[in-house]
Design a protein around this ligand. Structure first.
Ligand code: NAD
Length: 498
């Protein structure tokens, strides 16, 4: 399990300075109907940089949530600004932009923008010292038109309903982008798990699972690990559900241990998928993995796995970080040595690794590297720090690490951003394989799992890249258009009850 967040060097979303967003009547830089943009173009010899005219509106403009300050509010009204730059608003802005490209009518937009089901639960836990403490938990089903709801469970002190709704919406598009038959869900408990003993963590998990019983199940909603949750927590979820059913139901969660129906390859699947996405980006650019330097923010399940896979593939991983800070060595870091250091010293951070210079998370984002992989939390690349980002390629291991305002700056600059709904979809793809194996009670080899996942990722990447080129969209816009378009098509095909 990744360590719990204590102090937060990268405060998501809310930290955008009041002056960072244009006020009423002000224009986004370069936001005229036609502006010049440098972007990847595919020619006979693969993709190359070129300058093209792009005709499109700024992200969020049609919702009016990002380009205007609300009437009557003064600059510096942090609370309102936080509200208007939240993960949920970012997800809505991305949806609206895709809906514009797709020409969706208002009814379909409203349908896709509204979560199907939102459950808030109280999770009372008896602490080992006898105290009773109550935590708040959420589970959101954003959309289940293409299949059962699928999404992780997060334990973090900053979990909010707003965040869980956004993460659930992104799951809907992600499953559609890679073409797996799931809808989108997410769940979380507002808790710092580092403050709980193992016994308390199990009590919290079992009670949370029990509160979700009416809405989870292999045909309804299949949770998985996310930030600060792991295979053991999924085992407790599965056991709690199974005890209540009276028989074993392995298909109720994915990311479980192998001993109770987990899949080979699930542990490293998200990281491996991030690597495949990066390799597709490098291939189009005509670069070899051995030629690129990489910085990775987050050294948990996703980040540590990516660091290891990329190092083994010959990339120069020069920096990694976690919630407590990072380490940098321009000659490269050995992820296995980093892991060994954490185990040997009992330290929960990579920042104290002696084989490099200590850096902050902000410094990591600003390193002069070819590839940046945010693999921690959302909202870390924002309007107020995007100018410092120097990487040519960003592959989003985390969900929602780039705010729409920062995304636009990166796009204008010609930075290739492989978006979360594509880049980290290897995890949910192998979760789908795990669910299929559980239902069939027939298990595959790790090679088979990895091979099939790679096929899914490469096909999805190619579809997104082709659409981006054809319609002159960014990779994020193209991925959103594909994801939103497939869900809208499913709605139209099924029709509306009654
Ligand atoms: P994790 O809990 O295993 O690891 C999170 C890492 O991020 C830890 O190293 C932690 O120290 C670091 N971190 C936390 N807060 C930070 C901060 N403010 N600044 C810098 N670092 C910080 O979680 P994970 O499963 O690796 O998930 C990471 C991201 O990847 C999340 O956005 C998650 O939604 C996304 N994701 C995970 C999976 C999966 O299969 N686990 C799949 C798809 C996407």
């Amino acid at each position: 399990m990744g360590e719990a967040a204590g102090d937060r060097p990268c405060v998501p979303w809310g930290t955008i300075a009041a002056g960072a967003l244009p006020g009423r009547g002000m224009k986004w830089p370069g936001s005229g109907p036609e502006r010049t943009s440098r972007r990847w173009q595919r020619g006979r010899r693969g993709r190359r940089w070129s300058t093209v005219k792009v005709d499109r509106r700024p992200v969020g403009a049609t919702l009016g949530i990002l380009d205007e300050r609300p009437a009557g509010t003064a600059p510096g009204d942090e609370e309102l600004l936080r509200e208007r730059t939240s993960a949920w608003n970012a997800a809505l802005a991305q949806l609206e932009e895709a809906a514009d490209v797709l020409g969706l009518d208002q009814g379909m937009r409203d349908l896709l923008a509204t979560p199907k089901r939102v459950l808030t639960v109280a999770v009372p836990v008896r602490r080992e010292d006898g105290r009773l403490e109550v935590f708040e938990g959420y589970r959101v089903h954003h959309n289940v038109t293409r299949g059962p709801a699928k999404g992780g469970i997060r334990y973090h002190p900053m979990v909010s309903l707003d965040e869980v709704k956004a993460l659930a919406m992104w799951m809907t598009w992600k499953c559609a982008v890679v073409g797996i038959p799931f809808g989108g869900a997410k769940g979380g408990v507002v808790v710092d798990p580092a403050t709980l003993s193992m016994v308390e963590l199990e009590r919290l998990t079992r009670r949370f699972a029990a509160e979700l019983l009416p809405i989870i199940g292999p045909e309804k909603d299949i949770p998985a690990p996310d930030v600060n949750t792991d295979d053991q927590i999924m085992a407790w979820f599965m056991d709690t559900f199974s005890v209540n059913q009276g028989y074993s139901v392995p298909g109720v969660v994915t990311g479980k241990p192998l001993a109770i129906g987990g899949s080979e390859g699930r542990g490293g699947a998200t990281s491996l998928g991030v690597m495949y996405s990066l390799f597709m980006a490098l291939k189009e650019r005509g670069s070899q993995p051995s030629e690129v330097s990489v910085a990775i923010q987050g050294f948990g399940k996703v980040g540590a796995g990516v660091a290891t896979f990329l190092h083994d593939a010959g990339c120069n991983v020069v920096a990694v970080s976690d919630v407590r800070g990072g380490v940098y060595n321009r000659r490269g870091l050995n992820p296995q040595a980093l892991g060994k250091h954490r185990r040997a010293t009992g330290s929960s951070t990579v920042a104290t690794f002696p084989g490099g210079d200590r850096i902050s998370n902000e410094e990591l984002l600003a390193l002069h590297v070819d590839v940046l992989i945010p693999a921690a939390l959302e909202g870390v690349i924002r309007a107020d720090n995007v100018d410092a980002v120097q990487a040519d390629i960003i592959v989003e291991g985390a969900n929602g690490p780039t705010t729409p305002a920062a995304d636009k700056v990166l796009d204008d600059r010609g930075c290739l951003v492989v978006p979360d709904v594509l880049a980290n979809a290897g995890g949910v793809t192998v979760s789908y394989f795990e669910w299929v194996q559980d239902i069939q009670a027939y298990f595959w080899s790790e090679d088979e799992v990895n091979h099939r996942m790679r096929q899914v990722m490469e096909r999805a990447y190619a579809q997104v890249a082709d659409l981006a080129e054809e319609r002159r969209l960014s990779m994020r816009q193209a991925a959103q258009v594909i994801g939103v378009g497939r869900v809208a098509e499913a709605h139209r095909t099924r029709g509306l009850f009654p």
